[in-house]
Design a protein around this ligand. Structure first.
Ligand code: UDP
Length: 218
């Protein structure tokens, strides 16, 4: 029996990541099919040339092994789906674009999606289901938690720690920390588009502007 790969989510994020998924398989000359999973679908449809189906239908497909990239920007939804996949014995699938830059000792957990033009430099640790959208970078000695999301063009400089479920908006820039005092973006924090973050952000806070300031705190 063959392997079956899937992109979970057939909206914006999923349709942008499907070509990255194809690159990932082409690199290893794996000719397996890649389908979309989307729970809004009732019957098997076609999206951008790929079969698309809901999760129960995907489960009923026969394959020797199934791999899924959860291509949904909302990190809470990614976590919920990751738990379901784990319970069903389905592997998280990492997909890396062909032109990413990956330097030394970058330890990236399963389920990552690295879009075109992403750079991950040296001595970096990244948790489960990380999304780094187009042109984002992560500089040396950063530690990134689980289910963290970078919109396009995020500039994450050296010695920054980003905790679980943080969301960093498009073009945001985060000032580097130091080895003994990293700049910390707390769990579930939201950094607004284009923000210039010069100091640590508390868990659950939303910051915007230059220099970034808190607008709401849960
Ligand atoms: N979705 C799903 N199962 C879920 C939650 C979401 O299949 O449990 C799908 C949803 O139907 C939609 C996509 O995931 O097609 C999320 O798309 P959205 O436009 O919200 O955001 P994106 O993550 O693509 O930017």
């Amino acid at each position: 029996m063959t392997k079956l790969y899937a992109i979970y989510g057939a909206s914006g994020c999923g349709r942008s990541l499907m070509p990255v998924a194809r690159q990932q398989l082409a690199r290893t000359s794996d000719a397996s099919e890649i389908v979309f999973i989307d729970d809004a679908l009732e019957s098997v449809a076609e999206v951008n040339g790929h079969r698309a189906m809901n999760y129960p239908t995907f489960l009923s497909e026969s394959a020797s092994k199934k791999y899924v990239q959860i291509a949904i920007a909302n990190s809470r939804v990614r976590e919920k789906i990751a738990l379901r996949l784990e319970a069903d014995g389905i592997s998280l699938w990492s997909i890396y674009a062909n032109n990413i830059v990956l330097m030394d000792q970058a330890n990236i957990a399963m389920g990552a999606a690295l879009s075109p033009f992403v750079s991950i430099t040296s001595n970096i640790k990244i948790g489960k289901c990380f999304h780094a959208n187009l042109y984002s970078y992560v500089e040396h000695d950063c530690v990134i938690g689980d289910f963290v999301t970078f919109a396009p063009g995020v500039k994450c400089n050296g010695n920054i720690h980003i905790h679980d479920h943080a969301y960093i908006g498009a073009g945001a820039m985060i000032k580097q920390g130091t080895p003994d005092q990293p700049l910390v973006i707390g769990a579930g924090a939201v950094v607004g588009m284009g923000a210039v973050v010069t100091k640590s952000v508390p868990a659950g806070a939303t910051v915007v502007g230059n220099p970034a300031r808190i607008v709401t705190k849960k």
